[in-house]
Design a protein around this ligand. Structure first.
Ligand code: PLP
Length: 372
């Protein structure tokens, strides 16, 4: 074997996004023990940084060791007990994943199904909530990376309050790019990933639980069946205000990276970061239109950090993406499910949300599209 030297890429897909040199440098620092007082002090700062980015004061806010899907699993297995019903809004690939987790938890999904690429219809959701008073939890994907559609999370939270339900929201690609106000909107559980709009290395996933959610978990009839994802035992390590006890060996360098990312977000200001993503989305819309590329969904429901661009008629999706990668070092995401081969998922996330990257991509596409 020889050392691996990855080629340079500009990652303009649905994540991961590129890291800033500051974050890469953080990962080359010396390793500390996972209970070292300096490391534990840094974890406290990570927690405060996550509270800032999520706009929450929730004491139970942490980064779990694992990808966004692990945070999704943690939310499901803690909030829903086996045998309980949960409402799941489905309008794309990742909401189907959440449904699958509900089923594997031996819970009962109550489906609210919308066509892929369409927004969650609040009237249909409200009718379902009313029809199922025993489904105490509502699950929703805030920003559906498979289609580019962003849900009206605040209005969904309002509905949950009206009917006294708990809201579990997937914000994997949204955190750090879309406006999120966990406390003001009253979201019970929100989870994310590190590798998208946070522009951190993959594998440390933010999650927050409201006091109300923690109370529900404390009053469960059955223990969480899955040892690793039981938030109650994880808190012995992440909990603050108490002595830290071993739970698992944390991914030390990934947490250094997250800490540095969060420093950078505080320096930029979260509101400025949200604004930057919207500005880049609007700029990209205009530039794509200028070269004849259309977007799958109307701008009013499109998430700021991802463009589901229709592959032009007669063009081979794979050939164009391969050429972009090989000749320009640019990675785009492929379509999923019914949109496989039909759309490109183009992300301008975190470090990559700059108009110069839009210009670079548009220029490259212009050169490639005339050849095919
Ligand atoms: C909306 C959404 N949820 C969940 C996930 C899963 O995250 P991960 O790939 O980090 O497990 C993704 C990843 O793309 C996503 O876009």
């Amino acid at each position: 074997m020889k050392s691996f030297n990855p080629p340079k890429r500009l990652l303009l897909g649905p994540g991961p996004s590129n890291l800033s040199p500051r974050v890469s440098n953080a990962m080359s620092q010396s390793v500390l023990g996972h209970l070292d007082p300096d490391f534990v002090g840094m974890m406290d700062e990570v927690k405060a940084g996550l509270q800032y980015v999520m706009r929450t004061e929730n004491p139970v806010t942490l980064a779990i060791s694992g990808p966004g899907s692990a945070a999704m699993e943690m939310a499901i297995v803690n909030m829903i007990e086996p045998g309980e019903k949960a409402i799941i809004c489905q309008n794309g690939y990742f909401s189907s994943r959440m449904r699958e987790m509900i089923v594997r938890n031996a819970s009962i999904p109550v489906d609210v199904i919308f066509e892929w690429g369409k927004a969650i219809d609040l009237t249909v959701l409200e009718d379902t909530i009313e029809a199922h008073p025993d489904a105490k939890v509502v699950c929703v994907v805030f920003a559906e990376t498979s289609t580019g559609v962003q849900a009206d999370l605040k209005s969904i939270a309002d509905l949950c309050h009206k009917y006294n339900r708990f809201l579990v929201a997937d914000a994997v690609p949204a955190l750090g790019g879309s406006v999120i106000k966990v406390d003001e909107w009253g979201i019970d559980v929100l989870f994310s990933g590190s590798q998208k709009c946070l522009s951190c290395t993959p594998g440390v996933s933010p999650i927050t639980f409201s006091d109300r959610a923690v109370e529900r978990i404390k009053n469960r009839n059955q223990k969480v069946m899955n040892w690793f994802y039981d938030i109650s035992s994880m808190l012995g390590y992440w909990g603050g205000n108490q002595k830290r006890t071993y739970h698992h060996t944390a991914p030390i360098h990934s947490l250094y990276a997250l800490h540095e990312t969060l420093c950078m977000i505080q320096e930029e200001g979260i509101e400025n970061r949200w604004k930057r993503h919207v500005e880049v989305r609007d700029y990209a819309h205009q530039k794509f239109a200028e070269i004849g590329l259309n977007t799958l969904v109307p701008k009013e429901i499109q998430m700021p950090q991802l463009h589901p661009v229709l592959v032009p008629e007669g063009m081979d999706d794979l050939v164009i993406r391969k050429t972009l990668l090989n000749e320009f070092g640019i990675e785009l995401g492929a379509g999923l499910g019914p949109f496989a081969g039909k759309i490109w998922r183009i992300g301008f996330m975190g470090e990559n949300a700059h108009t110069s990257n839009v210009d670079f991509l548009v220029n490259a596409l212009q050169q490639i599209l005339v050849k095919y």
